[in-house]
Ligand binder design. Structure first.
Ligand code: NIG
Ligand code: FE
Length: 405
């Protein structure tokens, strides 16, 4: 199958083969080609250039009508498999309760775990696929999905099987992350260490045996799991060859970044609360600092210091954190806009954070995240727009014309 996309106003996000992430001042630029064409063969970008394209035959011709053609967004941190919603807690939050206070009252993640327990696997798949369709329509071409609303062996496996089914049935690229240590399950209240035993000795072996997880996650933060808990879980996961991508420094300076880096985490995510020590720990590591401005927006938390990280020469990725408690939106264009408006990233930096760097943060930047010959053609065509900056600037205007998988 050969498709030619012609009449492209601006082809944006071109990178040479082999670039897996951009860091420091490397994030300041987005390579573009104006008045261009692009050829897709069997789902892969095979050629692009200036002009109207090769005068050869194709099975399909797509007129981009002068719009932008860009790589799909990669959303490297989500919890989109969940049951129901938490609109009641939204009221509590407006009334003044903090995320931690809601959790301490037995709500929050445990509330979602109760709902998930009562929901069948088929129904969970149905509800989650609605969200998958929603994010695809908004330009997301790759998504990482976490478990963590099960918190029992059977319910964690149920979630991971739903993620596997999404992987098999949805056209976008999916990575599964096992987050058994998202909160201490209700039956283990007051027995955190025994719950960590359950994660290590019962959940992880089953998850590994069934091949259900690409990554392992821990909510390493104040009031949740400690650095010691995290270290135990990540060491155990390493025995099964499962790399970490963890939650760190959302609620406090938790030591989560350092423990993640020590265990070779692919990413450490949130980072609303960090100091220079975290920047130093990340230097020279394989770990992608990933910030989730949708969570800061929804919970009223400080925004991560993305600009400081980039000025220190580090890479930064942005992701949505789509979940029912702290970020009930998976709109990556809004995330890109928050990157600019609230974190003061340039449109180019924010674009790179939401494409190539977020692709790296979920282990797919060899096949996604840029316009590169040989990469998967998960692409966005926009209406004709004046500039790259217009994408985050006009953050509510429906400029996405078509999404190609
Ligand atoms: O990334 N911080 C931990 N986990 C999620 C929130 C989960 C929830 O509240 O349901 C997050 O923000
Ligand atoms: Fe999260």
């Amino acid at each position: 199958m050969k498709t030619v996309i012609y009449n492209i106003g601006t082809l944006a996000g071109i990178l040479p083969e082999g670039v897996l992430k951009l860091e420091g001042s490397g994030m300041n630029h987005v390579e573009c080609l104006h008045d261009a064409f692009l050829v897709i063969e069997d789902g892969v970008i095979s050629e692009f250039g200036s002009g109207n394209g090769p005068a050869s035959t194709a099975d399909e011709w797509i007129d981009a009508k002068g719009g932008f053609l860009m790589p799909c967004f990669c959303d490297s941190h989500t919890h989109i498999v969940y049951a129901g919603c938490r609109d009641g807690e939204f009221r509590d939050k407006i009334a003044g309760l903090s995320y931690e206070e809601i959790a301490a009252r037995g709500g929050g993640i445990l509330n979602s775990a109760d709902l998930l327990h009562e929901t069948s696997e088929d129904e969970l798949y149905r509800q989650s696929m609605e969200r998958v369709q929603e994010i695809m329509s908004m330009g997301t071409g790759a998504v990482e999905i976490k478990s963590g609303y099960g918190l029992t062996v059977e319910d964690e496996l149920k979630m991971l099987r739903v993620i596997k089914r999404i992987k098999e049935t949805a056209p976008l690229t999916v990575k599964a992350n096992f987050l058994g240590a998202h909160a201490v399950g209700r039956a283990y209240r007051g027995r955190q260490s025994e719950y960590v035993d359950l994660v290590c000795d019962e959940m992880l072996p089953r998850v590994a045996q069934e091949g259900l997880a690409d990554y392992v996650d821990v909510f390493c933060d104040e009031g949740f799991f400690t650095v010691e808990d995290t270290s135990r879980i990540l060491s155990r996961a390493a025995e099964y060859g499962i790399q970490p991508k963890i939650h760190a420094n959302e609620l406090g300076v938790s030591g989560g970044v350092q423990v993640g880096v020590r265990h070779g985490a692919l990413s450490v995510d949130h980072l609303e609360k960090t100091t220079d020590a975290e920047i130093e720990a990340l230097r020279g590591s394989v770990t992608m600092p990933t910030m989730l401005p949708g969570c800061s927006f929804f919970l009223g938390l400080p925004y991560g210091n993305a600009k400081g990280y980039i000025e220190a020469g580090l890479p930064v990725a942005l992701a949505s954190d789509y979940n029912p408690g702290s970020s009930p939106s998976g709109n990556m264009r809004f995330v890109m806009a928050l990157g600019c408006i609230k974190m003061r990233l340039t449109p180019e930096q924010s674009f790179n954070a939401c494409t190539i760097n977020s692709a790296y943060a979920m282990g797919v930047s060899d096949t996604l995240g840029s316009i590169t010959v040989g990469k998967k053609a998960n692409l966005i065509i926009t209406k004709p727009i004046p500039s790259l900056a217009y994408i985050p600037y006009s953050y509510q205007t429906p400029i996405i014309e078509r999404v190609i998988f």
